[in-house]
Design a protein around this ligand. Structure first.
Ligand code: GLU
Length: 621
């Protein structure tokens, strides 16, 4: 059993040790500005980026130095991995507000060192109860809305947020802090401020037209009509007050009460500016939808891979099933003894085959009977692996396999009746990895979907609402497991993954990047386990993503290194940043690798998305 704050005063101590003043739970004085940008040189929480840290006693790695620093402080002051993960995530809601926050959702994977078990929480956003199957059809034209500009910036794509419920559930089940304790350091960062970096400014500029469409968003993120300057201090007092109220009253202050009414209003009657030309279709969310929301505890997906056990997210995410199936296919080959060409050819083909099956079979299990046992069966994988021609890339899209009838024996090569998933996602979302001195591990991916979510800040509340429902298929097809249905969770690609060896952690890893998350995590495991790379090399290595499409979106460095080898086999490598991947970089991963005697190697991206921040509690044992 857990009491409320098991570490009395920890929140206060944390706030102090972060160089932030004592916990303030009272609202700021009336008339005070809700956001402020001060010139550089004024005091703000400082933190530095470091891509690799090796040590003991626990570790945190995330895209953001302030979030990593907060997580490490929680660990240093006696909190466990779950406390630190929630504290770091709440901080990302402040410092990386366009990728994550209480207006979104995510998936939380936890390894319990005592029980040696992996558990997961599905905190995915949910479609409102009144959402119709044709919600993405424009009533004016009878045709599907375009992703841009209609759906991406809309109320109709806002799902009921799952992040506050996820934090609360994780802390209640496994934490030592309560929500108030875990959120306190982030609230301080919001109130006291942080430095704007290049990525923050650029993401604001990229969203200028969308942010300018809402009075609330313009006021918060375009003060004076421009994105905050690099090096300036940014505070978000609105968000600090929202965090305070959740800390004081619990998540009922989010899923009920005044705030719930304000969220509903922002979705159903978005606070549009008089000047915007964006259409902003409205949504149907009600207070009852918010009240009903539950973060779900569920069994992880699991596959054995070359002596390791790989645990991931089961549906509503397609991460665990797709990575698991691709690994099972790759396991049919002796990759370690292969040339780069042969190994990468198998990686691309295995990924395409697994994506074909994801498209046909995976959706929210509350609505769809997902054949996980078949998708993750070694016999099924053997049969799928038979389809790979060692000398020639299959014509894409390949058709899905038949889960109702397979025997592991080679059948004719799959036809090309497969469908290509539309991927309108980009390098939004964020990921963090945490361990503690007792060996507990958290892998957590959270998002508001698009960078900047729906673009709608809930007025005076300081956070953006997601546009996660764009992860549903936009057109209606009764056979599509990912079609819109009321109360359903859209299929995700988020893939927080923990790899065990003999029931002990070996790796924990994850990444943002829409459906490229799956290939990024797959490629990193492949690099580390099969291709002899260190975990740092596995993360830094150039990426390519084959999601059952005619071309393979690839980072330029991948094309330089392997283009001449893979093109003759028929792989059409094109630079990422194409129609299939809106960013030139694929993913922004974090990972921990666990060594002997408590040693942990924490790794973040050295370069992508401006580089991340890894840290350990202690350099010495
Ligand atoms: N909506 C995406 C998913 O759940 C995550 C957003 C992204 O990374 O672009 O798969």
């Amino acid at each position: 059993m857990r009491s409320t704050i098991l570490v009395p005063g920890l929140a206060l101590a944390l706030a102090g040790s972060l160089g932030l003043s004592a916990v303030q739970s009272s609202a700021t004085a009336a008339g005070q500005r809700d956001s402020s940008v001060a010139p550089s040189g004024q005091q703000a929480a400082k933190a530095t980026k470091k891509a690799t840290a090796v040590g003991y006693g626990g570790a945190v790695t995330s895209v953001d130095p302030t979030a990593t620093k907060v997580g490490l402080k929680v660990l240093q002051q006696g909190g466990n991995a779950v406390d630190a993960a929630v504290a770091a995530a709440a901080t990302l809601g402040v410092t990386e507000p366009y990728s994550a926050g209480i207006g979104g959702g995510g998936y939380f994977v936890y390894y319990n060192a005592k029980t040696k078990k992996v558990s997961t929480i599905d905190g995915r956003e949910t479609a409102p109860g009144a959402m119709k199957g044709d919600a993405f059809i424009d009533p004016a034209t009878g045709k599907a809305y375009n992703f841009t500009p209609e759906l991406v910036t809309s109320g109709v794509s806002v799902g009921v947020p799952g992040t506050p419920a996820t934090w609360d559930k994780a802390l209640r089940k496994w934490g030592t802090l309560d929500l108030a304790g875990a959120m306190a350091p982030a609230t301080k960062v919001a109130r006291k401020g942080f430095r704007i970096d290049d990525t923050f400014r650029q993401q604001t500029l990229d969203n200028k037209v969308r942010f300018d469409a809402f009075t609330s968003t313009r006021k918060l993120y375009l003060p004076g009509g421009d994105a905050p300057a690099v090096g300036s201090k940014f505070t978000n007092k609105q968000l600090a007050r929202t965090y305070d109220s959740i800390a004081d009253k619990g998540i009922k202050a989010f899923y009920g009460g005044k705030l719930a009414g304000e969220i509903v209003k922002a979705v159903t009657a978005p606070p549009k500016t008089s000047t915007t030309k964006l259409p902003v279709p409205v949504g149907s969310m009600t207070r009852a939808d918010l009240k009903k929301y539950k973060a779900l505890t569920q069994k992880p997906s699991k596959v054995g891979y070359r002596g390791y056990d790989v645990y991931g997210m089961a549906p509503s995410s397609s991460g665990g099933s797709t990575i698991g199936e691709a690994l099972n296919i790759l396991e049919q080959f002796d990759i370690a003894s292969m040339s780069d060409t042969d190994a990468l050819h198998r990686y691309l083909e295995a990924s395409a085959l697994a994506f074909a099956d994801r498209g046909k079979y995976v959706g929210d299990p509350k609505f769809v009977d997902v054949p996980m046992g078949n998708l993750l069966s070694d016999t099924f994988a053997r049969e799928r692996a038979c389809a790979i021609d060692p000398a020639k890339a299959l014509t894409k899209p390949v058709a899905a396999g038949n889960v109702a009838s397979y025997d592991g024996v080679c059948s004719p090569a799959p036809g090309t009746r497969g469908t290509v998933d539309s991927d309108t996602e980009n390098i939004s979302t964020t990921n963090l990895t945490v361990s503690d001195k007792d060996g507990n591990v958290v892998e957590y991916t959270l998002t508001i979907e698009q960078t900047g979510g729906s673009g709608i800040v809930v007025p005076k509340r300081g956070f953006l609402l997601n546009n996660e429902l764009t992860d549903f298929s936009t057109t209606y097809d009764a056979a599509d497991p990912n079609r819109i249905q009321p109360g359903k969770r859209p299929r995700s690609s988020m893939s927080p993954t923990i790899v065990l060896k003999n029931k002990r952690p070996f790796l924990a890893l994850g990444s943002p990047g829409g459906s490229t998350i799956i290939t990024t995590v797959l490629q990193m495991i492949f690099n580390r386990v099969d291709r002899g790379m260190t975990i740092q090399e596995a993360i830094a290595a150039p990426r390519a993503t084959q999601r059952n499409t005619a071309t393979v979106s690839s980072e330029p460095a991948f094309i330089t290194a392997y283009g001449a080898l893979l093109t003759p086999l028929g792989h059409k490598l094109v630079p990422a940043g194409d129609a299939l991947t809106s960013a030139a970089e694929i993913g922004a991963a974090t990972a921990l690798e666990f060594g002997k005697k408590g040693k942990v190697t924490a790794v973040a991206e050295p370069v992508r998305r401006g580089g991340g921040a890894a840290g350990v509690v202690s350099k010495k044992r």
